[in-house]
Design a protein around this ligand. Structure first.
Ligand SMILES: Nc1ncnc2c1ncn2[C@@H]1O[C@H](COP(=O)(O)OP(=O)(O)O)[C@@H](O)[C@H]1O
Ligand SMILES: CC(=O)N[C@@H](CCC(=O)OP(=O)(O)O)C(=O)O
Length: 313
């Protein structure tokens, strides 16, 4: 008997039974997300995307998918992006040096022009384009637009001493109305961390993107701040892999600040400032892991480290 006789001569593709088992597993993952989807309807989630997690094109596409997913799932995502390595490479191409003091870039007027050009003209444009491949949602703006941010110059602290690092600021004023307007109309704001100087009309300041994201999350009364970085989260005893923390009470995060090294300091400070400012949950997550945002928000265990004043959510 030929195969076609055995199959009654019917056309169509045959289903592999093992694919049904794997489909059931996928359904399990979707159902696990259900309580989080219910809980986070309309929730404002600020995601800080650092330049180190942007170096690979596939990773950038996965980031854009996650952000579009959040929006289609009924949340209101807001992106604040950095671009430290991208600024460094442009400075190098222009024959200018990159210098950091206390984790912050020493910013001359010439450096400031490059920072503004790279963040608002390059990194923001690229992220907006990637997200908009999923629908006309992303809208790029900087802290200058509609006076979203106002900043004041700040020194860096090196060995307890204040050091002048030029045109670097801390966000001291946030007018989140433009961000609210955009999210209410279904848009995804993509924000560069450049801010007008409150003390010098016409001058702009370079703001660390972790700091900017935290100030915005507080002003918006966001449900969550997710800070993407290039390690799995906060380690109690860096770099001991066994010491990765899944949760960290804000008091302990404050105590850790004295011992932690430069790179993690602005992230911890950002999370502490957000929690103290009323953002219930903040997360430090590995942005070099594809879809880390979805894993953090929609799975029971989450990934990375949650810095919080209370329980799991
Ligand atoms: N306790 C800690 N836990 C995790 N990372 C730490 C810790 N202490 C220092 N680090 C360093 O902080 C780095 C993250 O900061 P950074 O490189 O500035 O990130 P990003 O470029 O994402 O802003 C990690 O790659 C790690 O080298
Ligand atoms: C004052 C200061 O240091 N500003 C940062 C702004 C960009 C940033 O924060 O980028 P990442 O998130 O990729 O580190 C800088 O010039 O590099």
């Amino acid at each position: 008997m030929s195969t076609s006789e055995h199959d009654h001569g019917l056309a169509g593709e045959r289903r592999d039974l093992s694919s049904i088992a794997s489909a059931a597993l996928k359904a399990g993952t979707l159902v696990e997300a259900l309580p989080w989807l219910e809980r986070y309807q309309d929730a404002l989630v600020v995601v800080k995307y650092g330049g180190n997690a942007m170096t690979d094109p596939a990773l950038k596409r996965a980031f854009a998918e996650d952000i579009a997913f959040l929006r289609y799932a009924g949340l209101r995502p807001v992106v604040v992006h950095g671009g430290g390595p991208q600024i460094a490479s442009m400075l190098e191409r222009m024959g200018l040096k990159s210098e950091f003091r206390g984790g912050l870039r020493v910013t001359t007027p010439e450096t400031m022009e490059v920072v503004r050009m790279v963040l608002t003209g390059q990194v923001s444009r690229e992220l907006v384009g990637l997200i908009n491949q999923h629908g006309p949602m992303a809208f790029g703006l900087s802290g200058e637009d509609a006076r979203l941010f106002g900043a004041r110059r700040r020194p860096a602290y090196v060995d307890g001493e204040a050091v002048d690092i030029g045109l670097v600021g801390d966000v001291e004023m946030v007018d989140p109305q433009i961000v609210r307007d955009l999210t209410h109309s279904g848009r995804i704001p993509v924000i560069s961390s450049v801010a007008p100087d409150l003390d010098n009309e016409g001058q702009v300041l370079n703001v660390n993107a972790d700091t900017a994201a935290s100030a915005l999350a507080v002003a918006l009364g966001a449900h969550k701040l997710v800070v993407l970085t290039d390690v799995e989260g906060v380690y109690a005893n860096w770099p001991d892999p066994e010491s990765l923390l899944s949760t960290l009470p804000v008091e302990d995060a404050e105590a850790m600040l004295a011992t932690v090294e430069t790179g993690m300091v602005p992230k911890l400070e950002a999370c502490i400032r957000a929690v103290r400012g009323g953002v219930p949950h903040t997360h430090v997550v590995n942005g070099t892991r594809p879809h880390s945002i979805l894993l953090e928000i929609f799975t029971d265990e989450g990934i990375g480290t949650m810095i919080t004043s209370g329980g799991r959510w």
